[in-house]
Design a protein around this ligand. Structure first.
Ligand code: SAH
Length: 235
């Protein structure tokens, strides 16, 4: 985490009521090493720091009645404005189950922009007016509802950061991945040659790279047909 106000490197600014959750899983393994090496930056802003009343309240009851609480637009707007100041050219995202489904194409778009402001909701979510006035794009990580946007931010950032230059070792480990060629990835095997009576497919031990490539491609198509025929229709 840094305090330089220039958005010189790819930067994520997360807005949350639970700053202690960060960097969480992003601090481990590949994304954590990349953070330590300065290949990307992470800033965290606490909505509560922008509350103005004496109770430091960030939420209120829904207009029109109903269960739950709604994040106040005045507090959220000030927090978002502070994030924009940190990285003015970042894309602004509100993690929301109503949003555009997150996928590998969007991960690539986000990896090639200057940075991301990620608004993590809680309770019933954000007041609609702040979504509009601060031009937040709603992005969903799947058709289910979680209690907060923080874990959605972890998923999204993990998928984006691994696409940044220098984060993963070999470029080839990106190229063959599921979704990169519109297909799911082929199965993987490693030693031992035999495991519980099951051998590694013979072709993978043949040393014939042409044959191996062909087999892997066929397996990809077969798996995609079985599991995600919708991906083939999109081609
Ligand atoms: N009332 C909302 C759900 C609120 S869940 C609705 O029905 O649409 C509380 C917060 O969790 C949301 O503001 C959002 O930031 C986050 N969240 C929950 N599920 C999510 C998902 N599938 N994708 C992205 N964010 C999600």
């Amino acid at each position: 985490m840094t305090d330089d106000s220039e958005c010189s490197k790819w930067r994520a600014v997360c807005l949350t009521l639970f700053p202690e959750l960060f960097p969480g899983p992003l601090g481990a393994s590949v994304t954590g090493t990349a953070l330590d090496k300065g290949l990307w930056d992470l800033d965290v802003i606490n909505f509560r720091d922008f509350a103005t009343d004496k109770h430091r309240s960030v939420d209120d009851t829904p207009a029109g009645g109903g269960p739950g609480m709604v994040l106040r637009p005045d507090v959220a707007a000030k927090a978002i404005d502070a994030a924009v100041e940190l990285c003015p050219t970042a894309q602004r995202v509100y993690l929301s189950p109503r949003g555009r489904p997150f996928d590998q194409d969007l991960a690539r778009d986000f990896a090639s922009c200057d940075g991301l402001i990620l608004v993590c909701g809680r309770f019933e979510g954000l007041d609609e007016r702040v979504i509009t006035s601060r031009e937040l794009e709603e992005v969903s990580i799947g058709d289910f509802v979680m209690t907060g946007g923080e874990m959605a931010a972890f998923c999204l950032l993990d998928a984006v950061v691994r696409l940044k230059d220098g984060v993963l070792g070999a470029q080839s480990s990106l190229d063959n991945e599921s979704f990169e060629g519109g297909l799911l990835e082929h199965p993987h095997y490693t030693r031992p040659r035999e495991f519980e009576g099951e051998a590694i497919p013979e072709v993978l031990l043949s040393g014939d790279h042409g044959k191996i490539e062909k087999w892997r491609h066929e397996q990809s198509i077969k798996l995609t047909k079985e599991r995600r025929p919708d991906l083939l229709q999109n081609e």
